[in-house]
Write a protein that binds this ligand. Structure first.
Ligand code: F6P
Length: 324
């Protein structure tokens, strides 16, 4: 392998820059060329390439977002798009790819590998933490801290006004952000996509906590929760069905995807970046490099994107007991 291409794809996450930096510097260390590919798979199809050297990635470890930019490429979902992408890799003499992203990125990588037998290693980069075969994804820790900081502020005003706040956090299919940030921020209730506890139970629980002396409450709601109402409808539902409740809604949105990465995410991204280049040089492909029990692991793409996200039963119990 003489030239490794690197790209970021799908929703960005804090720490992606640290991951790119590690890949670029690992290439420099092994004295191989590194080609940056802009705008994910879209840039691969449009040949938006730039050679990167060790100095190209100075002053990026602390920056959120991804300087290579990201995209969710529709063209890469077509056979023709992937043929063009392959032709561009060959003409640019790129021998292998490192792709940083989430399940969509790995699905694309897996199909591309099968069609063109091109060496690819994936690095999990998404705030959702919804990838199998790794304990953590790049950006998740930073996003948790962002959410907790925001809810701490909401708590101040909720408390001053004796209000109930519904706070929506990201996670279409995964409740990891909601459950962990909910525990960290001391939420009263946490609604996640992996379980449907129902609206009646929610009302009962709110009544109980009011009786027990609580004057304000925070409910963390994951985007993809199963309650069957959007967050504004849920607020209205609570106000109509419970007496004396003033409800407000805050949707945290993309603030969760930005900001300077935490130390944990920087170190994780650095380890995974080095691990990805090592893997390609050892002849591995069609795999994601992850972290399990503090050690680097390699799992096939198919496994990384398989199955549904599962909640940690123990964490759910912690949330239930601590919010009593
Ligand atoms: O996958 C990361 C994520 O931030 C999800 O949590 C969220 O549902 C989605 O991306 C939002 O996507 P977009 O930025 O395209 O609106």
């Amino acid at each position: 392998i003489k030239n490794i291409g690197v790209l970021t794809s799908g929703g960005d996450s804090p720490g992606m820059n640290a991951g790119i930096r590690a890949v670029v510097r690992a290439c420099a260390y092994h004295k191989i060329k590194c080609t940056g590919i802009y705008r994910g798979y879209q840039g691969l199809i449009e040949k938006d390439f730039e050679e990167l050297n060790a100095r190209s990635v100075r002053n990026v470890i602390n920056r959120g977002g991804t300087f290579l930019k990201s995209a969710r490429s529709r063209r890469f979902m077509t056979v023709e798009g992937r043929v063009t992408a392959h032709e561009n890799l060959i003409s640019e003499k790129i021998d292998a790819l490192v792709v940083i992203g989430g399940d969509g990125t790995f699905t694309g990588a897996s199909v591309f590998k099968k069609e063109h037998n091109f060496p690819i290693i994936g690095i999990p980069g998404t705030i959702d933490n919804d990838i199998r075969g790794t304990d953590y994804t790049i950006g998740y820790d930073t996003a948790l801290n962002t959410v907790v900081e925001a809810i701490d502020k909401i708590r101040d005003t909720a408390n001053s006004h004796n209000r109930l706040f519904l706070v929506e956090v990201m996670g279409r299919d995964a409740g990891d952000i909601a459950l962990n940030a909910g525990i960290g921020a001391g939420a009263e209730e946490i609604l996640i996509p992996e379980e449907n506890l129902g609206t009646e139970r929610l009302l009962e629980s709110l009544k109980r906590s009011k009786k027990s002396g609580k004057t304000s409450s925070i409910i963390v709601v994951a985007e993809g929760d199963q309650i069957g109402k959007n967050i504004f409808e849920l607020a209205e539902f609570i106000e109509t069905n419970l007496e004396d409740y003033e409800v407000r809604v805050t949707v945290l949105g993309h603030i969760q995807r930005g900001g300077s990465p935490s130390c944990y995410d920087r170190v994780l991204a650095s380890r995974l970046g080095i691990g990805a280049v090592d893997a390609l040089l050892e002849g591995k492909s069609d795999m994601m490099v992850g972290i399990k029990d503090k050690k680097l692991t390699y799992v096939p793409f198919d496994l990384a994107i398989s199955g549904e996200n599962e909640i940690d039963i123990d964490l759910r119990r912690v949330a239930d007991i601590t919010s009593i």
